[in-house]
Structures are given as structure tokens and as C-alpha cells.
Design a protein around this ligand. Structure first.
Ligand code: C2E
Ligand code: C2E
Ligand code: C2E
Length: 91
């Protein structure tokens, strides 16, 4: 089962996201931009997204949600503290 539980709050660091190479981070950046536009939420340094959106993003990146979470932490896109919240495929 996925270690990303319904109680896991996914908070993207938009400043880190904006500084990543577009070829890797492009799909994620476009997804985040779409959510910002839908909410009219343009001025934040971070963006809270739905757990369901992480599953959609994992499909886009052809990874499991846990693998994508690990990648987002490596990229510095998930704010500090997510390592302790999100497991790595164990549970
Ligand atoms: P919607 O899904 O019909 O949600 C309508 C409104 O309900 C949202 O307006 C927001 O005020 C509230 N809402 C729904 N779910 C949540 C939630 O988990 N937390 C909070 N705090 N509020 C919630 P809003 O924000 O203006 O969004 C408008 C529409 O944009 C949403 O309609 C949805 O279709 C889309 N959207 C916005 N943010 C996201 C997102 O993070 N993921 C996805 N998949 N769609 C989003
Ligand atoms: P929190 O969820 O820990 O968020 C802390 C701060 O991170 C927020 O302060 C805001 O500056 C930023 N932040 C988090 N997610 C987003 C995002 O998706 N967009 C933007 N632009 N900024 C974000 P803020 O706004 O003063 O909110 C303080 C606390 O109030 C939040 O702590 C949360 O506990 C509550 N809160 C604010 N808005 C909502 C909401 O829509 N739904 C729920 N359930 N709580 C909210
Ligand atoms: P979640 O769906 O995983 O959403 C996590 C966080 O993403 C929300 O925390 C909120 O900060 C942000 N978010 C998600 N969707 C929207 C949206 O449409 N508009 C805005 N402005 N922000 C959004 P939050 O608000 O503390 O909600 C925690 C959990 O409570 C959500 O997790 C969801 O499971 C549930 N929830 C909250 N509001 C609604 C709602 O209106 N409809 C439904 N179906 N579930 C909701």
C-alpha cells in the first residue's frame, strides 16, 4: 500500500520549483501553475495540493507516488519535514 496517506499534506516549495531545469520539472511546474490559476492563488511561496494530485503527477512521471515523493524531496520541492511525514514504500 502507498505510504502517502490521506493525512499527508503535500506542500510544494514554489521557489525551488521555479529554479529547477524545465525538462525535468516542467510537467510539475505546469500542474502547479494550473492549480494556482484555478484558485487565483498567485502570490504564495508554497502551494498546498491535494493528495489525489500527487497520484496524478506520479502517473505523469511514470513513477509510484512514493518514488515521486522521494524525487520531490531530492529536488527540494517538498518543504523540510516531509521526510518524517511521508514513508518510502514500507507501509
Ligand atoms: P472544486 O473542487 O469544486 O472546489 C470548490 C471550492 O471548494 C474550492 O474553490 C475551495 O474553496 C473549496 N475546496 C475544495 N476542496 C478543498 C480542500 O481540500 N481544501 C480547501 N481548503 N478548500 C477546498 P477554489 O479553491 O477557488 O478552487 C476552484 C476549483 O479549482 C476547484 O473546484 C477545483 O476544480 C480546482 N482546484 C483548486 N485547487 C485544486 C487542487 O489542489 N487540485 C485539484 N485537482 N483541483 C483544484
Ligand atoms: P498552514 O497550512 O501550515 O500554512 C502555513 C502558511 O503557508 C500559510 O499561512 C500560507 O502562508 C502558506 N501556504 C500554505 N499553503 C498555501 C497555498 O496553497 N497557497 C498559498 N498562497 N500559501 C500557502 P496562512 O495563509 O496565514 O494560513 C495559516 C494557517 O491557517 C494554515 O497553516 C492553516 O492551518 C490555516 N489555513 C489557511 N488557509 C486554509 C485553508 O484553505 N484550509 C484550511 N484547512 N486551513 C487553512
Ligand atoms: P487534500 O485533498 O489532500 O488537500 C490538501 C490540501 O490542499 C488542503 O488542505 C488545502 O490546503 C489544499 N487544497 C486542496 N484542494 C484545494 C482547493 O480546491 N482549493 C484550495 N484553495 N486549496 C485546496 P485542507 O484544506 O486542510 O484540507 C485537508 C483535507 O480535508 C483535504 O486533503 C481533503 O481530504 C479534505 N477536504 C477539505 N476541504 C474539502 C472539500 O471541500 N471537499 C472535499 N471532498 N474534501 C475536503
Amino acid at each position: 500500500s502507498s505510504a502517502v496517506t490521506s493525512s499527508t499534506k503535500i506542500v510544494l516549495n514554489l521557489e525551488s520549483l521555479g529554479s529547477l531545469p524545465a525538462d525535468e520539472a516542467g510537467p510539475l511546474a505546469r500542474y502547479a501553475s494550473t492549480i494556482q490559476a484555478q484558485r487565483h492563488d498567485y502570490n504564495g511561496k508554497v502551494l498546498s495540493i491535494r493528495a489525489e494530485d500527487l497520484k496524478s503527477l506520479a502517473i505523469i512521471y511514470d513513477m509510484s507516488p512514493d518514488e515521486l515523493t522521494t524525487r520531490l524531496i531530492e529536488w527540494g520541492v517538498l518543504s523540510p519535514g516531509m521526510e518524517s511525514v511521508v514513508g518510502f514504500g514500507g507501509g
